[in-house]
Design a protein around this ligand. Structure first.
Ligand code: FPP
Ligand code: MG
Length: 324
């Protein structure tokens, strides 16, 4: 599976983008303008794509309502990134100034809240309480995950289990909710629902592990945000944890001392990157992501054979091959 599923899915991505833009245009206002700025910043639209594919794989139609529900998940995601960039004091997102750098922090907080409300309203448009409940749980998990991560800043003794708990909440639960909701909407049986949830959860975990690997090794111009941001912000991620537990003596002590710094220099970050690479932290993290993806593809076994199912598998595979 070497072909790029995203180019194959470009027409569907286009329909999703049009739907999101139309929804925001419905109540054109200053908050919508900030939301549109984020929308136009691009993005892979992974979450709405997964929603549409899982929905289609179970026989659901790709009608206007489906596209609106798919959009709700992207709005949730966008809202979380707008908040996250404020929390992380990030300057750029997707190669452009982050929204709060253009519109201001208070305005961007309000626009993100507006997107959150919009997502709930879209879910409830057809009185879909099950979906609204799933989304509320996601928002609560996202907030908890981000808070845990803040508490864990510069804590160089963070365990692998604690790391996975954090990324489950801050990233995987949202992707899990996407595939799960598609199953709920099509009235899928419990075993299929469980498989869909497991697929989304594992894909989400692998996606974040990959994100954390790219933070050490990606090309900044492709990534659209500076590399080395995690260490800059005191985030202890899987490549660091693996290296910490592999290195010995002075090298281990040096890596730990850099991880503890609240204001590491460019030289510190370069050195940490070198130590992480040398200890196999990146390679082993990639292998962990690969195993999660293999399991995620196996999870799809409960779904009928359809082109959509094949694309879900390809999207999972793409997650660990991407360079941005
Ligand atoms: C990105 O992580 C951040 C997240 C995936 C979750 C953000 C969640 C919140 C800010 C909680 C509040 C959310 C809502 C919807 C109320 P990262 O900083 O590691 O990734 P990055 O490098 O792309 O910024
Ligand atoms: Mg961030």
């Amino acid at each position: 599976m070497t072909d790029d599923p995203l180019s194959k899915l470009a027409p569907l991505t286009g329909r999703i983008n049009e739907t999101m833009k139309a929804i925001l245009d419905e109540d054109a206002n200053v908050l919508g303008e900030i939301a549109v700025y984020n929308l136009l910043g691009g993005g892979k639209r992974l979450r709405p794509l997964i929603f549409c594919l899982a929905h289609g794989a179970l026989g659901g139609l790709e009608d206007a309502e489906t596209l609106r529900l798919a959009s709700a998940f992207e709005f949730l995601h966008m809202a979380s990134l707008m908040h996250d960039d404020i929390v992380d004091q990030a300057d750029t997102r997707r190669g452009r100034p982050a929204a709060h750098r253009v519109y201001g922090i208070p305005e961007t907080v309000m626009a993100a809240d507006y997107l959150l409300a919009k997502a709930s309203l879209l879910a409830l448009a057809k009185e879909n309480f099950a979906l609204a409940r799933i989304m509320a749980e996601v928002v609560s998990n996202l907030s908890l995950g981000e808070l845990w991560e803040l508490k864990a800043r510069n804590k160089t003794d963070l365990t692998e289990a604690a790391y996975f708990d954090i990324i489950l909440k801050k990233t995987a639960v949202l992707i899990e909710s996407v595939s799960w909701s598609a199953g709920v909407l099509t009235g899928a049986e419990p075993d299929v629902l469980n498989s869909l949830r497991a697929y989304g959860r594992r894909l989400g975990l692998a996606f974040q592990v990959m994100d954390d690997v790219l933070d050490y090794r990606a090309d900044t111009s492709k990534l659209g945000k500076p590399v080395g941001q995690d260490l800059e912000e005191g985030r202890i991620t899987l490549p660091f944890i693996i290296a910490r537990d592999t290195l010995n003596g002075s090298e281990r002590a040096r890596l730990v001392s850099i991880g503890e710094k609240t204001d590491p220099t460019a030289g510190d970050k370069l050195e940490a990157g070198f130590l992480v690479e040398k200890a196999g932290g990146l390679q082993k993290s990639l292998a962990a992501a690969g195993r999660l993806i293999d399991q995620a593809v196996e999870d799809l076994g409960a779904l009928p054979e359809t082109p959509e199912k094949e694309l879900l598998a390809k999207l999972a595979d793409y997650t660990v091959r991407r360079d941005r």
